[in-house]
Write a protein that binds this ligand. Structure first.
Ligand SMILES: [Zn+2]
Length: 463
């Protein structure tokens, strides 16, 4: 049993820090990257190995663990036939080209490439290349720090599991060699599976993304600088402290909108929305849902601590809808989303909500996905019911209900049906909620407010 801390630390352990340079070449859909990873051993045991996730090898071929699992479930379906017929250029890869030790007791720049090997700690699949182990010439003692430089080239897939390119829209997650987590029992580094979430240590990310000049970039963190290169490209530098991952998006025709969340007792949050041009009219819906979440979760669970948040509206068919990354999440909306559906609000609230569990608590999602997902799903429902409460009657059927003898006796703020009665029947009263679960005196459930208003009206008319 561990005890609840008397006070919380000012920041995370910052023991896995990344300084990354990467260039995206859209003409070949390749990324060329170089990173310096500075890692501190925060366990009580030495280790003579580092383990990296190299997740884009999950879609390298059909023999990866991810694809074997996927085909076991989907094999024989039209979707599988489509995926299997994709040309090699639609698949992905991540090839580490150099690993060098920069510190840690050895002489500068020790070549560690010969000391690398792919391992498969979960299933022993010798064809899986999603975890790369690197032997170190000297063990890293508890409390000691080691720095390694890793260079790689990667091919961007046609979007698979929320990552890749569709048209000219790129969404890039799990894209760089990222350390697993050393625990007291050893490295906790899982292969990429068909159904998986993620687990990493916290640190500081300083990332320089090179893309064609004029392209819009959205990413984890705050944009610190942009620098044009003689080759007609622009380097976008994003920095973020105290996060455990980094995701980004880019494209030539994305729209950017900004807004700001403010609250009397919670810190302000600058919002940046990266929007598909065809969804230009949905900016306010994204902002409203995000602010509703920051407000409610902030009041219930504690303030969102980062001061800024990027919302990414993914391209249609990009399979990139609805996913959370540190200080960034993807919504999901359909072209012509009618105002009466809870999309994109439901997805927005849910993914924004993950910022609090996945983002700040950062438990091992791979092994205990229910903790983040369960708490967040429960809280999502509360926010949606608070702010959108549209599980009501389809307005198209209102006339039919009335014609059938039911009396609509309670309406919500927007005139939507909330309460239905059967006149003359002593008991029959239809409602669609359990408002007593969360209604407070200060913020009564819309159903109760509607009912009170209906009673008042009835009292007035029968006087
Ligand atoms: Zn979720």
């Amino acid at each position: 049993m561990s005890t609840y801390p008397a006070s919380f630390p000012e920041h995370s352990p910052r023991n896995a820090n990344y300084s990354i340079d990467v260039e995206l070449d859209p003409s070949t859909k390749t990324m060329t990257g170089r990173e310096v990873v500075t890692w501190r051993n925060i366990t009580s045991k030495p280790t003579s190995e580092l383990q990296f996730h190299t997740y884009w090898n999950a879609w390298r071929n059909t023999r990866s663990t991810f694809m074997r699992e996927w085909l076991r479930v989907n094999g024989g379906t039209p979707e599988a036939a489509e995926v299997l017929s994709r040309p090699p250029s639609d698949w992905s890869s991540l090839d580490v080209t150099a690993v060098r030790l920069l510190s840690g007791g050895a002489t500068a720049m020790t070549d560690l490439m010969p000391a690398t090997r792919y391992i498969a700690p979960d299933d022993g699949n010798p064809e899986d290349r999603t975890v790369l182990a690197v032997n170190l010439p000297q063990a890293v003692a508890p409390g000691a720090t080691v720095a390694v430089e890793v260079a790689w080239t990667a091919h961007v897939p046609r979007t698979f599991r929320r990552t890749g390119v569709i048209g000219s829209y790129y969404f890039l997650s799990q894209w760089f060699p990222k350390l697993g987590v050393l625990e007291e029992a050893g490295w906790n580094t899982h292969q990429f599976h068909m159904t998986t979430e993620f687990f990493s240590d916290y640190g500081v990310y300083d990332v320089r993304l090179t893309v064609p000049k004029g392209w819009v970039v959205g990413a984890t963190g705050v944009e610190r600088s942009t620098t044009d290169t003689p080759a007609g490209k622009t380097v976008h530098q994003f920095v973020q402290e105290d996060v455990h991952d980094f995701a980004w998006t880019t494209g030539p025709d994305l729209l950017v909108r900004t807004s700001r969340f403010e609250h009397p007792r919670l810190p302000a949050v600058d919002l940046r929305l990266i929007l598909q041009p065809e969804h230009a009219d949905q900016a306010e819906r994204y902002f409203l849902a995000t602010k509703a979440t920051l407000r409610s979760y902030g009041e219930w669970f504690g303030p969102y601590p980062y001061g800024h948040l990027t919302i990414v509206d993914p391209a249609w068919q990009s399979a990139a809808g609805g996913m959370e990354y540190p200080t960034l999440f993807t919504g999901g909306s359909r072209w012509l989303a009618p105002a009466t559906t809870v999309t994109p609000e439901g997805v927005t609230v849910h993914e924004c909500g993950h910022q609090f569990w996945f983002g700040v608590v950062g438990n091992n999602e791979f092994e205990h996905a229910w903790m983040d997902e369960g708490l967040n799903t429960y809280a999502t429902g509360r926010v949606i019911e608070d702010y959108y409460c549209s599980y009501g009657v389809n307005p198209d059927y209102r006339a039919a209900l009335e014609k059938g003898g039911l009396r609509i006796s309670g309406l919500g703020d927007e005139g939507e049906v909330r309460i239905v009665e059967l006149p003359g029947h002593p008991f029959f009263l239809a409602t669609l909620f359990l408002p007593q679960m969360r209604s407070t005196a200060g913020r009564p459930h819309p159903l109760l407010a509607g009912y009170a208003a209906a009673v008042e009206r009835a009292a007035m008319t029968s006087r």
